[in-house]
Design a protein around this ligand. Structure first.
Ligand SMILES: [Zn+2]
Length: 316
């Protein structure tokens, strides 16, 4: 299938747009601040402005479709935001696909697709097609950063769920998190201890230095041997390992891929995560590979491109 697709990653702070070929290889890309506080008009406006500049730089390219990964829970069939946190003001209810199609106007052929999905699902699709899960039939891809998210791909297809929240591993009840409140308002969920913010808050409950400001600082303290920091990293990582054991028991993925800023702490994080998984997982799951993502920031763009091509071929 010739031509190109426009791939877009709408994050809380930054929007990246790219042109990609039929193998989801990024040909050209541009980024701009998301301006989420200014409302949906500003966010979509940024997407359209980046798109126009990219398309002007590729005047002979034939645009076949658009693939978008965005913060928020997405109804993939309609390309509309079902719910969203406050990071993007009034994002809930935004008909992203319809607005982007209308905004691109005659630049987008009538038979082109506009495919919109959650950014973690796009990220998972990228790692599944081209990254650490390439070649597998199924994968669980977990992003552990400011928050915790996951994308599930079974038999080559992204699992969306009846209410569009399949893969929301952030809110799995997790032993060890019972003393911490999750951003959803409940206590004891994975994100409350496993995310970067969760790690930080857990560190404070262990009597850590209140002048510390973030997870990065705690990682530095752990590397220097401070006992509360070492303990906080260990507990936070173990919670992720336990949640992976729960998810893997239910889904039996061929591979688990972990991405995001928190795993970049390195061995002091990976070792307790892996140990907690091995101690919880049944025998049949003991050889499940848990590996680091390989695409970095390009994963959502390449996944969004792959999903646009799949939608064009009628196999989203
Ligand atoms: Zn929660």
């Amino acid at each position: 299938m010739g031509g190109i697709v426009l791939a877009v990653d709408i994050g809380g702070t930054k929007t990246v747009a790219a042109l990609a070929d039929g193998d989801d290889v990024i040909l050209d890309e541009l980024a701009a601040p998301t301006r989420g506080a200014e409302g949906p008009g500003a966010v979509i406006g940024t997407v359209l402005r980046l798109a126009a500049r990219l398309l002007d730089r590729a005047p002979t390219a034939r645009l076949r479709g658009v693939g978008i990964g965005t913060a928020g829970v997405v109804d993939v069939r309609t390309g509309t935001i079902v719910s969203s946190t406050d990071t993007l003001t009034d994002w809930t209810g935004t008909p992203v696909a319809a607005l982007v199609r209308a905004g691109l106007g005659s630049r987008l052929p009538a038979d082109a697709v506009v495919h919109v999905q959650n950014d973690v699902d796009a990220h998972a699709a990228g790692e599944f097609r081209h990254g650490a899960a390439a070649g597998a039939d199924s994968a669980l891809v977990i992003a552990v950063g400011t928050g915790v998210g996951a994308g599930v791909i079974l038999d080559g297809r992204s699992l969306r769920g009846a209410r569009h929240v399949a893969g929301e591993i952030a809110h799995v009840p997790t032993p060890g998190a019972g003393h911490l409140r999750c951003p959803c308002g409940r206590v004891g969920h994975l994100e409350a201890i496993g995310s970067g913010i969760g790690l930080y808050r857990h560190y404070l409950t262990l009597g850590g230095d209140p002048s510390e400001t973030d997870a990065r600082g705690i990682a530095r303290r752990a590397a220097a041997g401070e006992s509360q920091a070492v303990q906080a990293v260990r507990d936070s990582a173990a919670a992720v390992g336990r949640a992976i054991a729960a998810a893997a028991t239910l889904l039996d993925p061929e591979r688990v891929v972990i991405t995001g800023g928190v795993p970049e702490i390195g061995e002091p994080w990976w070792s307790p995560m892996d140990a907690a998984f091995r101690s919880e997982a049944i025998d049949a799951l003991q050889d499940l590979p848990i590996v680091a993502g390989t695409l970095g920031g390009h994963a959502p763009l390449r996944g969004a491109a792959a999903s646009a091509w799949a939608a064009l071929k009628g196999t989203p």
